[in-house]
Design a protein around this ligand. Structure first.
Ligand SMILES: *[C@@H]1O[C@H](CO)[C@@H](O)[C@H](O)[C@H]1NC(C)=O
Ligand SMILES: *[C@@H]1O[C@H](CO)[C@@H](O)[C@H](O)[C@H]1NC(C)=O
Ligand SMILES: *[C@@H]1O[C@H](CO)[C@@H](O)[C@H](O)[C@H]1NC(C)=O
Ligand SMILES: *[C@@H]1O[C@H](CO)[C@@H](O)[C@H](O)[C@H]1NC(C)=O
Ligand SMILES: *[C@@H]1O[C@H](CO)[C@@H](O)[C@H](O)[C@H]1NC(C)=O
Length: 443
């Protein structure tokens, strides 16, 4: 009870900084209270941030004006991997890495990465495409290093590995007419990744490799945008042999992450702040989480866990390296769209409000994504301790998919463990390799 009270008070303080737009009722009795069950240190952390923030006028604009140098995202690490970019990391560990630039139909220029083979230069017969999660990038697939990170494991297995990037992240900050300082640049959600980014990247990979189809591995938002693509552009089903969904996110009514809830209109905390600021600032989220981490110092872990689930048993070593590469830039509308799903309990297109919905969709409410269009065989990996991809929501997804090849329950993984747990190879990646090889044989 104390913990819950502290969080609510803290949020009042945070939202109050954003003066005239704040009209939230934080604890309407009809709304379910946030289920807390999280680390005490986090609660103390939020309390401390709120205390600091409340003493500063118009704190949000200060957060907005932070630039990268001012944000100390991670304690200085003696692991140099925290400071090396993807090109430097792959070179350090002896993997080839190519950068490929594609342009989406609506003008975004995206750099994707390719590890065409592994250290032993084995023959490859399958092309595998990996898509990262929210506020992340192609970097995420290599950070654990050789023998542990999925991209390296697949490359060493002889696969041709392509790492996609979503518009707005650090590898995709260019556009042929807009620049990142313009609000219009940031006017997108993960639906646009499904409609524009994934198709152009997949077409490019198929074109270069001269293949008809490839294997798709998505993590979190990389699964959301996949389901958007295959439901709105069903012709892409034929280009995917099989899809692996790690910590899949589609239906979200049961999400447990307090941070995600904080941004959902269902809970009325910060969602209006996001609306107001999306078109003004591009790096709100980066600054926001960066500032929280900066204030918390060594307790930064707790902030991550507040997003993803409680303590990982498996990822101590890689944490500084991970925090050296993420979070990266993204549009706040991505979070707003997820927040809408939490509230509506549906997996549907962006809700612009009745009037604009009428103009855009010809209906008052946004239409559902039609998953009966998804024909690709899907392999699911999900876990009980994942606060973003809750099992109850994954079950709803499972129910809507026509072609489940396999559904794998993983014990004890939080949301980030799917990428960063030292045991991810043993528990998941080795299985993916086997599944691809088995499938390729009957193909
Ligand atoms: C990584 O850093 C090197 C050296 O600064 C630079 O040449 C390269 O383009 C960078 N790679 C990426 C993907 O940013
Ligand atoms: C991959 O293709 C090469 C050349 O076409 C062939 O020799 C090899 O047997 C194939 N490997 C597998 C595992 O199918
Ligand atoms: C964006 O604005 C910053 C600061 O005003 C400036 O340094 C930067 O060059 C601008 N970027 C682009 C792409 O115009
Ligand atoms: C495929 O690659 C060729 C040669 O690089 C290029 O001319 C063609 O436009 C590409 N097609 C697509 C669909 O990207
Ligand atoms: C894998 O296949 C691609 C496309 O055919 C080719 O560019 C690449 O060199 C191959 N890698 C190996 C190790 O054969």
């Amino acid at each position: 009870m104390f913990a819950q009270h502290t969080l609510l008070v803290s949020l009042v303080l945070i939202t109050r900084c954003h003066s005239q737009h704040v009209g939230y009722k934080l604890s309407k009795s009809s709304e379910p209270p946030i289920r807390l069950g999280i680390l005490d240190s986090f609660v103390q952390g939020v309390h401390d941030i709120a205390t600091v923030l409340s003493s500063v006028p118009d704190t949000i604009s200060i957060l907005l004006n932070q630039d990268e140098e001012q944000i100390n995202l991670y304690a200085p690490s003696d692991n140099e991997d925290a400071y090396l970019n993807i090109t430097q990391l792959t070179a350090k560990y002896g993997y080839p890495c190519e950068e490929h630039s594609v342009e989406t139909e609506d003008g975004y220029i995206i750099n994707m990465h390719r590890i065409p083979h592994g250290r032993k230069n084995r023959m490859n017969n399958s092309t595998v495409f990996l898509m990262h999660g929210f506020m992340d990038s192609s970097d995420s697939w290599i950070l654990q290093g050789p023998d542990k990170a999925l991209a390296y494991i697949l490359a060493d297995e002889g696969f041709d590995v392509w790492l996609g990037n979503a518009r707005g992240n650090k590898h995709a900050l260019r556009h042929n007419t807009l620049n990142r300082n313009q609000s219009d640049f940031w006017d997108f959600t993960w639906e646009d990744m499904g409609i524009y980014d994934l198709p152009v990247m997949i077409d490019h990979a198929l074109n270069v490799t001269d293949k008809e189809s490839l294997y798709y591995i998505g993590y979190s938002q990389g699964t959301t945008s996949f389901f958007v693509m295959t439901s709105l552009k069903p012709e892409y089903n034929d280009k995917i042999k099989m899809m692996f969904a790690l910590a899949p996110v589609a239906w979200m009514a049961n999400v447990r992450s307090p941070l995600v809830k904080m941004f959902s209109p269902a809970f009325n905390f910060l969602s209006n702040v996001l609306w107001d600021y999306n078109f003004i600032n591009t790096e709100f989220l980066e600054s926001f989480s960066g500032t929280i981490c900066g204030i918390l110092g060594t307790n930064c872990h707790s902030v991550m866990y507040m997003i993803v689930g409680h303590d990982s048993k498996y990822m101590n070593d890689v944490m500084p390296v991970m925090l050296g590469h993420m979070p990266t830039t993204s549009s706040t509308l991505q979070l707003v769209h997820y927040g809408q799903l939490v509230k509506s309990g549906r997996f549907c297109r962006f809700d612009f409000g009745a009037q604009r919905n009428m103009e855009i969709y010809g209906a008052e409410y946004p239409p559902d994504y039609d998953l009966s269009n998804v024909a690709v065989p899907v392999v699911l990996y999900f876990s009980e301790n994942d606060w973003l991809a809750d099992i109850a929501d994954v079950q709803i997804l499972e129910h809507h998919l026509q072609n489940i090849y396999e559904s794998n329950y993983i014990q004890d993984f939080n949301h980030l463990d799917f990428l960063y747990a030292s045991k991810a190879n043993e528990i998941i990646y080795s299985k993916i390799v086997t599944q691809i090889l088995d499938f390729a044989e009957v193909d």
